[in-house]
Design a binder for this molecule. Structure first.
Ligand code: CA
Length: 231
């Protein structure tokens, strides 16, 4: 049985390109051109993945994300224009899985859909506890971290921050989510903690902390633990 994707996009060309590519990859694709149409479709027939454009004619995607997330675990990917940063963060905090900034390649969309499906698909399976990419090896169960060819000693907070990123490897995690999950809900505004600890982690893990290849910055949004090396 093929996986079903609902693509909500009012731009006809983008919609057609995404639909064609996903269909070639074996997905069954449904489309909607507005939030109200998407909402109606979602009520009677739930897809496996939702791809949601931010710039839609009839309003704010945040409400739709909240509504879907209250009842369902399906992956939600946001597609946005560059100037929609603040809205993008609100959507991620409301439960969207990841986002892509236009113009994006359909190959990138496919890669993000696969990552999101892998994370969501394993909700009943054991959580991700091991991460390995090039010179970085992390085992959350034994708390062992290796980088640059040697064992790395991390403080408890550094480890918790890294562990949070491992559990969402390949996906962006917002500043707010990191602060809430590592420090606690009363710390969600303390972004300077995050900058400080991310700097420490990078110094221990990255070959060149100024040009990180593992702990990636998503400007204005959050951080992402890389699962692929940039080509
Ligand atoms: Ca649009």
């Amino acid at each position: 049985m093929s996986l079903r994707v609902l693509v909500v996009e009012d731009d006809r060309e983008i919609r057609a390109a995404v639909q064609a590519t996903l269909a070639v990859e074996g997905f069954e694709v449904q489309t909607a051109v507005s939030l109200s149409e998407a909402s109606a479709l979602l009520r009677h027939d739930l897809p496996d993945v939702l791809v949601l454009d931010l710039g839609l004619p009839d309003g704010d995607g945040v409400d739709l994300v909240r509504e879907v997330r209250q009842q369902h675990a399906l992956p939600i990917l946001i597609v946005s224009a560059r100037h929609q940063e603040a809205q993008k963060i609100a959507l991620l905090d409301a439960g969207a899985d990841d986002y892509l900034v236009k113009p994006f390649s359909v190959a990138e969309l496919l890669a993000r859909i696969r990552v999101a499906l892998r994370h969501r698909g394993t909700t009943l399976a054991p959580a991700v506890t091991v991460h390995s990419l090039e010179d970085l090896h992390i085992d959350l169960q034994t708390r062992a971290v290796q980088a640059k060819g040697a064992a790395v000693h991390l403080t408890p907070t550094e480890f918790n921050l890294l562990a949070r990123l491992v559990r969402s490897a390949g996906r962006v995690v917002t500043h707010r989510q990191l602060l809430r999950d590592v420090w606690g809900p009363e710390y969600i505004e303390h972004t300077h903690y995050l900058r400080l600890y991310m700097g420490q982690l990078r110094a221990k893990i990255e070959q060149d902390p100024a040009e990180p290849r593992h702990l990636l910055t998503e400007t204005g949004v959050g951080y992402r633990l890389a699962t692929l090396m940039p080509s």
